[in-house]
Design a protein around this ligand. Structure first.
Ligand SMILES: [Zn+2]
Length: 655
């Protein structure tokens, strides 16, 4: 716990007074500060937007059939989501939330079952994404069964309660991100799919991307996504209010099913349970494998996630491979043609739009947000500007700023211009001062020394804070916190981040700043994202992907000079692999076992997946009856203990 008696100067006293006006106390007992004057002024500027415009609010509640109550729980009783926890989002924006974001958070706070048009419904607010139900001849065609088995099952049960009981007749996965397929086992079972020959529809590359996209750096991405989504933040006016795409992600059991109908052509028509779908492949924009679709007879257009009621990320702050802005924009131009005479657009996040003209306007805004960001960034690149300079320069034109549905609630234009820079030129800005700079803690130490010591830096940061220069305060304090941290420095940095959070229009920025503030006070989380939730999905990941990731976990120092070779034999899939060390690198090759190996491990795929997912310790696994060891058990243990087992709790804002 942090000291409650902090010397924050005059502004600190005022902040303390403001804090007493807010009715929320953060989880660690430190009363969160209210908005500083500079924050309040910055937020006031947003009230010039037509925040009272009623159209989006009408759209967000149109077709409401019923609202859910209560909780979504895991089988062991853990509460995964609670509908009432967002009830505080109503009325005028509190001083601690950007007014434009508050408006968006209110729009997303509308969990329920909705009729989109005749024969199409959506369940929203049961997870970060929506599940769409299309009525077929014999049952429901389920589009995107949410992130978790638990949330998907709850959403289906809720829909059935109000729409009547019908079987699932097909499943469509719009893309390979877990919030669009992970809950499938809450909707159908693999046995049901096989027995009833249910079509499971996805685009080319879906399975590979879904099970492997995040395999290599999954640990770091999961850790960083805690910042992006504000996973550990309290839901409150000084905490998490939204994620841009919806409310919270449901961290439950993630599964997957193998598609039985793969869309490979740019456009393909299929009749699914009596309903004509026109699918459009849109890979390599929002997701490496993605499709949109039209249902012409219902005058409906499903935009998957290349369209949402927010500017999207060309590079998520959790980290990912950078996305192609031009391609994304081109898909939007095609979408205008594919729209045809559709009268309703619905996405797999946020709320729909009705009316052909309004939908076209919405698509054009998205097309131009990405193209403008791309083109103006490239223009600045060729004029010699660097990422941080371009981020200050590129502002969307007024005509685009006026589209709430394309504003930066999830993506942010300042972050997206850096993504465009990175797409073409990488992270290095060309200035050799940045070619081989000292690591942050080292340069931090020297800056602090140069400034005359920690007290001087702290005083300068406090003055910057008092003037409302939070970015500068944060930069100064970051040097201090990374090199010679004190409670005062950490607390003032936390407070600076809080002010930056309160001003942020993007949820991803707000959640990042607030999570940073929390971790400055409490340290990194004790637990990482539990990989055992992903077991069902990982069971479909090719062995090669696990072995590539395993090789990248090799402790090269410990492996120096070691010469070990291990055979892996799978009794269920009849595959075998040889793993060996050479030059402190682990290699693998699929093929017959090598008789010169130190040991041979004979096992099944599920046991291997458990071992790789870290849900069973290596030694426990090696000694269990689930597998057989031939050759030297000692060498086998020596081999497997050469690999890191990262916990996913590494520090980000502290050292
Ligand atoms: Zn999504």
């Amino acid at each position: 716990m942090e000291s409650r008696t902090l010397r924050l100067g005059a502004a600190g006293a005022m902040l303390a007074a403001l804090a007493s006006c807010t009715n929320t106390v953060s989880h660690d007992g430190v009363p969160p500060a209210g908005a500083a004057p500079a924050t309040a002024a910055a937020n006031r500027a947003f009230t010039a937007l037509p925040l009272g415009d009623a159209q989006d609010f009408e759209d967000a509640k149109r077709g409401l059939i019923a609202r859910p109550e209560g909780q979504i729980k895991a089988a062991n009783g853990t509460v995964l989501a609670e509908f009432a926890e967002w009830d505080f989002i109503k009325g005028e924006a509190p001083s601690t939330v950007n007014p434009s974001l508050w408006r968006h958070a209110k729009l997303n706070a509308s969990a329920g079952l909705y009729k989109v048009t005749d024969g199409i419904w959506q369940v929203r607010g049961f997870d970060i994404s929506n599940v769409t139900l299309v009525e077929g001849k014999t049952g429901w065609i389920v589009v995107d069964p949410l992130t978790a088995k638990e949330s998907a099952a709850a959403a289906m049960a809720f829909a059935r309660k109000h729409l009547g009981d019908k079987p699932v007749s097909a499943v469509v996965f719009t893309h390979a991100h877990a919030d669009h397929f992970g809950g499938v086992l809450g909707v159908v079972t693999p046995e049901e799919v096989a027995q009833r020959k249910l079509p499971i529809i996805a685009s080319e590359g879906f399975m590979e991307e879904a099970t492997s996209e995040n395999m290599m750096v999954g640990t770091a991405m999961a850790r960083r996504s805690m910042y992006q989504f504000g996973k550990n933040l309290p839901r409150s006016a000084t905490g998490n209010v939204d994620t841009g795409l919806g409310k919270g992600v449901v961290y439950g059991s993630v599964g997957i099913l193998q598609p039985t109908l793969v869309i490979t052509k740019p456009t393909e028509e299929h009749v699914v349970d009596g309903v004509r779908f026109v699918f459009h492949n849109v890979p390599g924009a929002e997701c490496p494998a993605e499709l949109t679709f039209s249902i012409p007879e219902r005058k409906a257009y499903g935009g998957a996630e290349v369209l949402a009621q927010t500017m999207h990320n060309l590079l998520p702050v959790r980290g990912a491979k950078v996305r192609d802005a031009l391609r994304w924009s081109a898909y939007m131009q095609s979408a205008l043609e594919q729209l045809g005479d559709a009268e309703v657009y619905f996405g797999q996040h946020n709320w729909p739009i009705w009316g052909n003209q309004r939908i076209a306007e919405f698509i054009r805004a998205h097309r131009d947000v990405y193209k403008y960001t791309h083109d103006q960034t490239v223009r600045m690149i060729n004029a010699g500007y660097t990422p941080r300079e371009i981020a200050e320069k590129v502002k969307l034109p007024k005509s685009l700023q006026a589209h709430f549905g394309a504003r930066g609630y999830y993506g942010d234009v300042r972050h997206n211009v850096k993504a465009v820079y990175q797409f073409y030129l990488g992270a290095y800005d060309g200035n050799p001062a940045n070619l081989d700079p000292l690591p942050p803690a080292e340069s931090g130490k020297r800056y602090v020394e140069l400034s005359g010591g920690a007290d001087k830096v702290l005083a300068a940061a406090r003055a910057a804070y008092d003037k409302g220069e939070f970015r500068w305060a944060a930069e100064l304090l970051n040097h201090l916190v990374l090199s010679s941290p004190s409670k005062e420095a950490r607390e003032l940095l936390a407070r600076s981040y809080e002010q930056m959070a309160y001003m942020a229009e993007a949820t991803t920025w707000r959640n990042s700043y607030l999570t940073a503030a929390m971790e400055l006070r409490e340290g990194p989380p004790k637990k990482g994202v539990d990989r055992s939730y992903f077991i069902d999905a990982l069971s479909q990941t090719p062995v090669e992907r696990f072995l590539e990731a395993l090789a990248a976990a090799l402790d090269a120092g410990a492996a120096e000079g070691k010469d070990l070779k291990v055979n892996l034999v799978f009794t269920d899939t009849k595959e075998s692999f040889v793993l060996w060390l050479e030059n402190s690198v682990m290699h693998h090759r699929k093929g017959p076992v090598d008789s010169s190996a130190n040991a041979t491990l004979t096992l099944t795929r599920p046991v291997f997946v458990k071992m790789m997912a870290g849900t069973a310790g290596v030694k426990d696994t090696l000694l269990s009856s689930d597998l057989k060891v031939a050759g030297s058990s000692i060498d086998l243990v020596r081999f497997f203990t050469l690999f890191d087992k990262p916990t996913g709790t590494f520090p980000i804002v502290t050292r």
